[in-house]
Structures are given as C-alpha cells and as structure tokens.
Design a binder for this molecule. Structure first.
Ligand code: ATP
Ligand code: MG
Length: 213
C-alpha cells in the first residue's frame, strides 16, 4: 500500500492549519474507510493536544486515527513510513514554512493551503505556494473562516483567481463549531453532524477526493 500524503501548510500563523488537519483526517477516514494517520511536525504540538483530548473523549482505542510526531527531516521518513500502512497521511505543519515545514512539503503528494480571505493572508500564501512549487508538489488553496456576505471575500476570490493558484470551490465559513469541536478532540462531523460546518466539510472532502484520484 502506498497512501497519499497530504500536507497542510501556510506561512501565515493562525490560518487554520491544525483545525483543517484534524478535520481532513477524520473526514477522510469516515468517507473512505481507509486507515488514516496524522503527523504533527509543529513544535507547538497543537494537533497532539487535540489527539490527547480525542483519546479522552472517545477512548484510546477509538480515535479512528494513528498519531505520530516528527521534526525536521525526520518528517519525511515518518510520513513515507506511515504511507505504507495508511491510505492517507495528513501532516500539520508550523507557520514559518521555509525552515520547519519544508520536509513535510517535499514528502507530500498534495499541499493543502488554508487561507483566510484578507489581503495579508493572501499575500502570505505566495511564499507557501512557491515553496511547494520548488518541491514540485501540487498546492491547492482552501478559503477558511469566510465571513458571511463580505465584499472583501469576493475581492480576495478575484485576487486568488488572477494569481492563477489552484483553489477549491468549497470553502469553510467562520463558524464557532469548528473551534468548539476541536476542544473535545472531535470535529464538526462528530459534534454537529447536521450543521452547516459539517456540510461544508462534506463538500470539501468530495472535491478533494475527486481532485486527488
Ligand atoms: N473555519 C473556522 N471557523 C472558526 N474558527 C476557526 C476556523 N478555522 C480555524 N478557526 C480558529 O482559528 C484559530 C487558529 O486556527 P488553527 O490553530 O487551526 O490555525 P493554525 O494555522 O494551525 O495556527 P498556527 O499557525 O499557530 O499553527 C483557532 O482558534 C481556531 O479554532
Ligand atoms: Mg497549528
């Protein structure tokens, strides 16, 4: 078996990398039924903290995921090793992609780039995209924390389109259920299955699976 390695990266701090990593991993496991591993290469260890909360909430043997950490170039080896026994490996990376996230981007089949619809966030994205391009890894943007009815979102949409970057049509709204579910070591699919947030994740995963197949 050689699973897909999906790295979530974005130079800009607080863009939603950890939230997306957790949500992607659980959604992929639920949707495909394949074994999924998550790999935290961020020294902040937020994904690991989420995973501990998940063990408390669901039980150590019922998280539905395999969790590992790695640092530096160890990330590449660990990701490739996990991909031999998992259908998907989702890697959460730290901000400041140039040093720390590079091996994870290099090892990836796809880089998933969360971006909030503001000019500063869109500017920061360029660096992440360029790094992925240098490593010859396809990168796809996903708009995250999109506020309802903001003129700025449409402007940022246009900025992304004219930059030529690939972006998912599906986007995630600015919804407290994403943040709240993470606190329980869970996801919106588990904590709020009929919410708008869960619907958005479902659409995103369908689009992602169609793109990577
Ligand atoms: N779609 C969303 N709706 C509402 N809140 C969100 C959403 N996505 C992320 N958040 C919140 O935004 C904050 C930053 O998210 P997160 O920690 O996932 O970002 P990050 O990119 O991993 O940050 P860092 O760069 O520090 O690793 C958190 O408080 C999280 O709960
Ligand atoms: Mg993070």
């Amino acid at each position: 078996m050689s699973g897909r390695i999906l790295t979530v990266a974005q130079q800009k701090g607080g863009s939603g990398k950890t939230t997306l990593s957790a949500h992607l991993a659980v959604a992929l496991a639920r949707k495909t039924g394949e074994p999924v591993a998550i790999l935290d290469v961020d020294p902040q260890g937020s994904l690991g903290t989420w995973y501990e909360a998940r063990e408390n909430t669901f039980g150590e043997d019922n998280t539905g995921l395999c969790f590992r950490t790695a640092s530096g170039w160890g990330a590449r080896r660990e990701a490739r090793s996990l991909a031999r026994s998992h259908g998907f490996v989702v890697i959460d990376t730290p901000p400041k992609t140039d040093t720390d996230a590079r091996p994870a981007i290099e090892a990836a089949d796809f880089v998933f780039v969360p971006v909030q619809p503001t000019p500063v966030d869109v500017w920061a994205t360029e660096q992440t995209i360029e790094l992925a391009a240098r490593e010859k890894t396809p990168a796809i943007l996903v708009m995250n924390r999109v506020p309802p009815r903001a003129a700025l979102t449409a402007e940022m949409d246009e900025a992304i389109r004219s930059s030529g970057y690939e972006a998912f049509a599906s986007r995630l709204g600015n919804r407290t259920s994403f943040a709240a579910s993470m606190g329980q070591g869970a996801t919106v699919m588990e904590e709020a299955p009929s919410s708008k947030a869960a619907e958005e994740m479902d659409a995103l995963i369908k689009e992602l699976l169609a793109r990577i197949d």
